[in-house]
Design a protein around this ligand. Structure first.
Ligand code: GCU
Length: 614
């Protein structure tokens, strides 16, 4: 407990200028909400006419031509030049690119609008608008008033709705969404994934008591020796409760009905840390994805959640789960349903993707390169699939800029706060393939430090690049490896370097006495194209690649602790433009864009079956 209080102090010192995350509300599904998903109207606005006047000055709040204001035609002479009605509609949640051809390549501003009714708030109630994610920049208005804005396309945010703004009927909700890419943002201009725009995840109206539990965490305390705890069948849990504001003399309660356990704690301020002992706790693991129903309450106002308990740590070259050595049989995934060329967002989408993961007999997923929707980590919790979750500090962002660092830190915080109680998440990744330089090293180190301050119960890593050299010795010596808990590298020996049999002579030297994880390796193939194995893009080439890779992995130094090949399914990428084999698809999927498993899928599946039966 002392450690986390110190962490908290450090957090206050190091925390980024807050936009909204202090009162980011966790476990929205465990609260009283009204869904605002469904059909929304839209205005596509590449010239930002709804925001700026013809002098390109931001419009005043009451400007009738501002697109956040309800267009009103009082008399036939009135000139009104914007409006929200069918057929200009989009589904929320969902990206706009896959919904209408006009949006396929669109990057710019789109105004979303809908109306909603709600019951009047009681005296001791307050309301929030919650967004699971909006890519990229969102400005939110209700009844002509601005509630707030948020940047970052893959993390949640919420805004308090002042009582004087909220009406019981015909609330006029407008969200300006802009997914234009900029050098100073996270991600930056260049990514190997489609820049799907829109309100891509759930929108909810949340009604809570004036004083409520905004965030909480409950996990095995880090200080205990898990082997001893298992022998004694007595475990220490520790947790923290964050309120939206200081409470008068109140009581917080934590209940685990299945264990007939109820703990009550008095609270006066807005934050409480606690710990207590539990007997006969069933630990969570891939073989036993045990989740407990947990009830958190403040003065009787309850929040229900499902939480599992496990300890993840490293010991020298090994990754230990609940004190046992574990090998990560992983696969990388983009948050996409290839068959529909769209962003994934629903529970069904998550179950589809994890269905493929289980077919592969994988026990781990790398959710690349940004935090995926919460359905993904919830399904992983329930299926016992370990998760690597990452912020899109991808390739060459502007490492020189303090502002860019703040944006990265904000996304990191929002990612950790949302999934802090997801037992399946074992690794926070602070980035991918960022080029080595002193400025970059410093930038990435401060993200690693931030992650450890936010959460000392998980491993922290980043996908590093390998220094290939002619003599065939691959050096894993990126200076960032000094600060990460596991050393993770992406390698494409046989695709971006040489042919697959180049792996036969490859040697690997790891500069760190830490677990080694291959966060990417893979080769492209167009599903259904069969030819000699030397033919690029044939399934036989990809199959050959995986055979050679797996043979090489079996010769790896002893700290080799897992891999998450690139990638589960083909995915959309504007950087892949071969007119026959790619057509806007990155073809490194083990499953084609129509859902057909390629030959290499079975090569990896066999390897994972072998590993599991070892
Ligand atoms: C990179 C990168 C991925 C990319 C992949 C590829 O390593 O991390 O985002 O899609 O390689 O080239 O296919």
């Amino acid at each position: 407990m002392k450690k986390s209080f110190f962490n908290l102090l450090l957090l206050m010192i190091t925390s980024v200028p807050a936009s909204s995350q202090e009162d980011l509300i966790v476990n929205i599904d465990g609260r009283e909400t009204i869904s605002l998903n469904g059909t929304w109207n839209y205005i596509i606005d590449p010239y930002e006419t709804g925001f700026y006047n013809y002098r390109y000055k931001e419009r005043d709040e009451n400007d009738p031509e501002a697109y956040w204001n309800r267009p009103v035609v009082k008399k036939k002479t009135d000139r009104v030049e914007h409006g929200y009605q069918a057929p200009y509609t989009l589904q929320v949640p969902g990206d706009w690119n896959s919904q209408r051809d006009v949006f396929k390549y669109y990057e710019g501003s789109v105004w979303y609008q809908r109306e909603f009714d709600t019951q009047d708030l009681a005296e001791n109630e307050r309301a929030y608008l919650y967004f699971g994610a909006v890519n990229y920049e969102a400005h939110v208005y209700l009844n002509g008033k601005k509630l707030g804005s948020h940047k970052g396309g893959f993390t949640p945010f919420n805004f308090h709705i002042p009582k004087k703004i909220l009406k019981s009927e015909n609330n006029f909700l407008v969200v300006k969404v802009d997914n234009k890419r900029h050098a100073q943002e996270i991600p930056t201009l260049n990514t190997d994934w489609w820049n799907f725009g829109g309100i891509t995840r759930d929108v909810k109206l949340v009604v809570v008591p004036e004083t409520f539990i905004s965030q909480y965490e409950l996990h095995l305390s880090q200080d205990q020796n898990i082997q001893q705890a298992k022998e004694k069948e007595s475990f220490e849990l520790e947790g923290r409760i964050q309120l939206n504001r200081a409470a008068k003399q109140s009581e917080v309660r934590v209940e685990i009905p299945e264990l007939k356990l109820t703990k009550s704690f008095p609270i006066t301020g807005d934050e409480l840390s606690f710990n207590f002992e539990v007997k006969n706790l069933d630990l969570w693991s891939p073989d036993n994805p045990k989740l407990y129903d947990i009830v958190f309450s403040l003065n009787g106002n309850q929040i229900n959640d499902k939480i599992g308990f496990r300890k993840i740590e490293t010991s020298g070259k090994d990754i230990l789960l609940n004190g046992e050595n574990i090998f990560l049989r992983g696969i990388s995934i983009h948050e996409e349903i290839a068959q529909d060329k769209r962003r994934a967002y629903s529970r069904e989408d998550a179950e589809q993707l994890f269905g493929y993961v289980q077919d592969l007999n994988a026990n781990m997923v790398r959710l690349a390169h940004y935090p995926h929707n919460e359905n993904m980590t919830k399904v992983a919790d329930s299926l016992g699939i370990l998760v690597w979750s990452e912020i899109p500090v991808y390739w060459t962002i502007d490492f020189e800029s303090e502002k860019v660092l703040d944006k990265a830190k904000q996304q990191l915080k929002e990612m950790v706060i949302r999934d802090r109680n997801k037992v399946s998440v074992i690794i926070w990744s602070v980035g991918n393939e960022t080029p080595v330089s002193p400025t970059r090293n410093q930038f990435m180190k401060s993200l690693i430090d931030q992650a450890k301050v936010l959460d000392d119960t998980r491993l922290v890593s980043a996908a590093l690049e390998v220094g290939y050299n002619e003599e065939g010795i691959n050096h894993i010596d990126d200076p960032l490896g000094e600060y990460t808990d596991i050393v993770s590298v992406n390698e494409y020996l046989g695709w971006y370097g040489g042919l697959p049999d180049a792996a036969q002579s490859a040697q690997w030297e790891v500069a760190y006495n830490k677990p080694l994880f291959f966060s990417e390796t893979g080769a492209g193939a167009k599903a259904g194209y069969h030819a000699e194995k030397e033919n690029r893009w044939s399934e036989e080439y990809q199959e050959w690649f995986y055979k050679e890779q797996i043979a090489m992995m079996k010769r790896m130094p002893e700290n080799y602790s897992g891999m998450s090949p690139w990638i589960l399914t083909d995915f959309r990428s504007p950087r892949r433009n071969h007119p026959v084999y790619q057509e806007g698809w990155n073809r490194k999927g083990l499953i084609g864009n129509e859902g057909n498993k390629k030959k290499a899928f079975y090569i990896l599946q066999n390897y994972y079956n072998e590993l599991e039966n070892q």
